[in-house]
Design a protein around this ligand. Structure first.
Ligand SMILES: [Zn+2]
Length: 187
């Protein structure tokens, strides 16, 4: 009985997890190589100005090359609010990278995995460590960039609990960044 129940739970998790990995998501690459540790996950705000984490933080080292997750065109490369920022447009979405010392210019067409700059050690979301904040947007809607690399975690939905199992963990990870806002540029 226990085994049968376990199999059922696994089946349900697989079924429920399927929509999270949308089949029409573009296939990208990690901005840092080798595959980095995800220090803080995506925690989209409930309201446009609400607390949350509008992207993911990837652990890296100062000076490490930062790569475009998808092919596209550079739409911003420079300083914003005291930190280096690169934005790459991909049709109806765009990816953002910071803090990065840009090695590309606005209008540059770049390939997937192309180096767009070097990771900076200051203004990091995981200070005193060095992290890349990686974002993905469609219009003004923040998306989870881990979808681009097929790394979205399985969400444990409340089938047998009163509350979602992941909320407490995500909240704890995200709170240190709750007051952070991306520079108001992303158009
Ligand atoms: Zn961040």
């Amino acid at each position: 009985m226990r085994t049968a129940l376990g199999a059922l739970v696994v089946t349900l998790l697989v079924l429920l997890a399927a929509p999270a990995a949308a089949e029409d998501d573009p296939v990208g690459v990690w901005p840092l190589h080798p595959e980095p540790e995800v220090v803080a996950r995506f925690d989209p705000p409930a309201t446009p100005y609400g607390p949350g984490h509008r992207g993911v933080d990837l652990l890296g080292r100062a000076g490490q090359p930062v790569r475009a997750a998808l092919a596209g065109t550079v739409t911003f490369a420079g300083m914003l609010a005291g930190r280096g920022v690169v934005v790459v447009g991909h049709g109806d979405t765009r990816t953002t990278y910071e803090p990065v010392a840009a090695r590309v210019s606005v209008g540059d067409a770049i390939g997937r995995g192309a180096v767009i700059g070097a990771l900076q050690s200051f203004a990091s979301h995981c200070a005193p460590r060095t992290c890349l904040h990686w974002g993905w947007l469609r219009g003004e809607v923040y998306l989870d960039p881990l979808r681009l690399v097929g790394a979205v975690p399985v969400r444990l939905l409340p089938l047998w609990r009163d509350t979602p199992a992941h909320d407490a963990t995500v909240g704890l990870l995200a709170r240190p960044y709750a007051d952070w806002r991306p520079p108001a540029l992303w158009d």
